[in-house]
Design a protein around this ligand. Structure first.
Ligand code: NZQ
Ligand code: ZN
Length: 382
């Protein structure tokens, strides 16, 4: 283990905490409030933002879509530049927060913002950013990552920079009350896979990271089992905090990471508009079976410590079945069906995109070549 760790995002957690933005954003800052398709106007979040910013000078930009596109976000970049914005307040789910990170960075750059995604511009400077989270899933509210889509080329790419990490994040579980079931389930699944991507690799003896990852996985399992009784503050609070902790950097310190499920999943979203979390439940079981020998020890550890399974020669295999059952119980798919009826050409398209995006050696051992991705897809595409 060797690492430097800081998470500088101040968390305001709990009911009524949106009011905290009044003091978290300095009063002399000109604010751009960014949000999505308008869900915040149906659950009182927008009204609370307006009340909290009553002493600030602010304008707004709406219409950031799920899987935010650079085509839409560049309009906000132009506004941020023209209006000399000092502070961006992202209000929404992962898409709005990721999109706002892009706007914050691109507004400080003279070139084409897409350069950030293709690695042509390394972000070292950005407009200050704060977030109000309305959909627990991605962890974007307190991490330095963002995933942006270029609609024209069906390209979905991530970027990371400490400069875009939110200064603060408000996590008020009440804002989840209007979440459609599908999005709530997406949150459970995304947080599950985030934990797996940083845990299901190889044994490292990192007791803190492993132990905390297992706690988060057990939480998600428990919350899924209590799904029918989810309409209460305790359930919502536990999901919101668990999803945040799954991708705020802590469990990933000093240990190997995988992220292959995410990288292949991003192509399913870019090509077939599959929800992010659903792309993960489609790919992960097939990927785990494909990589079972490399991951056997950690799968066994997960089976024992999270699912409570007894030891056996096929413990790793049974653990994958349990993960699949977890997805099925939540009605999250484990096979791609959105590809039309030509399986072979769908797989070809996905492989072509992976190649174009340099995703040719994925996973903790860089063992997932295009040929291996093709095998994984063979089992995951119906
Ligand atoms: O646009 P609005 O009207 O807000 O509606 C959204 C959207 O339609 C709706 N919603 C959000 N909060 C709501 C609500 N509806 C009712 N009540 C509420 N309280 O939910 C829909 C989906 O929102 P979205 O933000 O797209 O979902 P999510 O949070 O799952 O974000 C997914 C995006 O995050 C990226 C994904 O790739 C995807 O683009 N990720 C970002 C990561 C990061 N920055 O660290 C890591 C993740 O692995 C992920 O890749
Ligand atoms: Zn994810």
């Amino acid at each position: 283990m060797k690492f430097s760790y800081v998470n500088p995002t101040q968390i305001h957690f709990g009911q009524g905490q949106i009011a905290a933005i009044a003091t978290s954003i300095p009063q002399d800052q000109k604010v751009l409030v960014i949000y999505g398709g308008g869900s915040i106007k149906t659950n009182g979040v927008y009204d609370q933002v307006v009340a909290a910013l009553s002493e600030h000078s602010w304008i707004e930009f709406s219409g950031v879509e799920p899987n935010p596109t650079v085509e839409t976000l560049d309009k906000a970049v132009a506004i941020a530049k023209a209006e000399k914005i000092d502070y961006i307040l992202a209000v929404g789910g992962g898409s709005v927060i990721d999109g706002s990170k892009y706007v914050a960075a691109a507004a400080k750059y003279v070139g084409n913002g897409w350069d950030i995604l293709i690695g042509k511009h390394a972000v070292t400077e950005a407009i200050a950013l704060g977030a109000i989270l309305t959909l627990p899933a991605t962890g974007s509210e307190s991490n330095a990552g963002a995933v942006i889509t270029q609609k024209a080329t069906q390209t979905k790419l991530p970027f990371h920079s400490a400069a875009v990490q939110p200064k603060f994040a408000v996590l008020d579980p009440d804002s989840m009350k209007t979440l459609p079931e599908r999005q709530l389930i997406n949150g459970l699944v995304d947080a599950w896979v985030h934990t797996c991507e940083q845990y299901l690799t190889m044994p490292t003896g990192a007791m803190v990271q492993d132990g905390y990852a297992e706690t988060l996985l057990r939480n998600l399992l428990t919350l899924a089992s209590q799904y029918d009784n989810r309409d209460n503050n305790e359930w919502r609070s536990n999901l919101m905090w668990t999803a945040n902790q799954a991708l705020n950097g802590l469990i990933g310190t000093g240990v190997p990471h995988d992220w292959a499920t995410h990288m292949i999943g991003h192509e399913l979203t870019a090509l077939y508009h599959v929800d992010h979390a659903r792309s993960l439940s489609i790919i992960q079981p097939s990927l785990l079976r494909n990589q079972i020998e490399a991951k056997r020890a950690k799968l066994e550890q997960l089976g024992k410590n999270v699912f409570g399974l007894e030891a056996s020669d096929d413990l790793a295999e049974r653990t994958i079945v349990e993960i699949e059952t977890f997805y099925h119980n939540l009605n999250s798919p484990t096979e791609l069906t959105e590809h039309g009826d030509d399986k072979l050409s769908a797989i070809d398209s996905i492989i072509k995109q992976l190649e174009a995006h340099g995703m040719v050696a994925l996973g903790e051992n860089q063992a997932i070549t295009l040929e291996v991705s093709r095998q994984i897809l063979e089992d995951a595409v119906k």
